[in-house]
Ligand binder design. Structure first.
Ligand code: CA
Length: 254
């Protein structure tokens, strides 16, 4: 493992889950630092300078959402939240507090690595500052200079609002955005709670860019949370994750 391998801070009080994460990440060449409490996590963020955090929301001495808020006051380190299925409200709260993404227990190694890769890449991109003139995602091509959109090489005509919605999701490809985040950035802060506006526009946008709008391959719904532009590679990982996942290859459920 080289000195420049990314370092992951695993914040999780469940020893079994922590061991699984340590093993899965070490095998892939990541450096791993562990914290079992919110207090340990705060210390480790400052002393270990991790490249990314994996953060369990339920900690014995505090809440992962509060911890995210605290960290965000002075650090932009990517935070991937780990949470149980059915806790969508918690995930939304964590994302709106500044977390970058989430993993739902139980999850497999491929899903874990895909989320970490996306989080690390978006950090690098935002640090780099320079914007990309074009985005390619499978059949979708966005020319950001010309404000043109091609699907399978064919021009697609979008309203200005649909274009803003598509480019926001494409710039964050692989990453989940909450309803509130999308509404605030595309419609404006006054619309933060107008989820129905977003649903209607998403239906229209999918009709224009998805081969089968009823089974979207690009603009994926994250139930109860928001939307995610799926990356071609991440999509393949997810499929592989499902087909090859076996007992012992997945983090235990709650
Ligand atoms: Ca826990």
């Amino acid at each position: 493992m080289g000195a420049d391998s990314p370092k992951v801070l695993v914040v999780e009080d469940d020893l079994q889950v922590r061991r699984f994460l340590r093993t899965a990440l070490s095998v892939q060449g990541f450096g791993v630092v562990e914290a079992a409490t919110a207090a340990e996590a705060m210390t480790a963020v400052t002393t270990a300078c991790p490249d990314v955090l994996l953060l369990d929301l339920g900690l014995p001495d505090g809440d992962g959402v509060d911890l995210t808020r605290q960290i965000r006051q002075w650090s932009s380190v990517p935070v991937v939240v780990i949470s149980a299925r059915g806790r969508e409200a918690d995930k939304v709260e964590a994302l709106d507090a500044g977390a970058d993404d989430y993993l739902t227990k139980p999850f497999g190694t491929n899903e874990l690595l895909a989320r970490i890769r996306v989080a690390l890449r978006h950090r690098t991109r935002s640090e780099g500052g320079s914007d990309t003139p074009a985005i390619d995602l499978g059949p979708l091509h966005l020319d950001l200079d010309r404000r043109s959109v091609l699907v399978c090489g064919q021009p697609v005509h979008l309203t200005p609002l649909e274009y803003r919605l598509l480019t926001l999701l494409a710039r964050n490809a692989g990453r989940v955005l909450t309803h509130r985040q999308i509404l605030t950035q595309v419609w404006g802060p006054a619309y933060a709670g107008q989820t129905q506006c977003l649903r209607v526009s998403m239906v229209q946008l999918r009709r224009k860019v998805e081969a089968d709008p009823a089974r979207p391959q690009l603009l994926v719904t994250e139930p109860g949370v928001g939307y995610r532009m799926r990356e071609p590679q991440a999509g393949m990982d997810a499929v592989q994750g499902r087909s090859t996942a076996q007992r012992g290859d997945a983090v235990p459920g709650p």
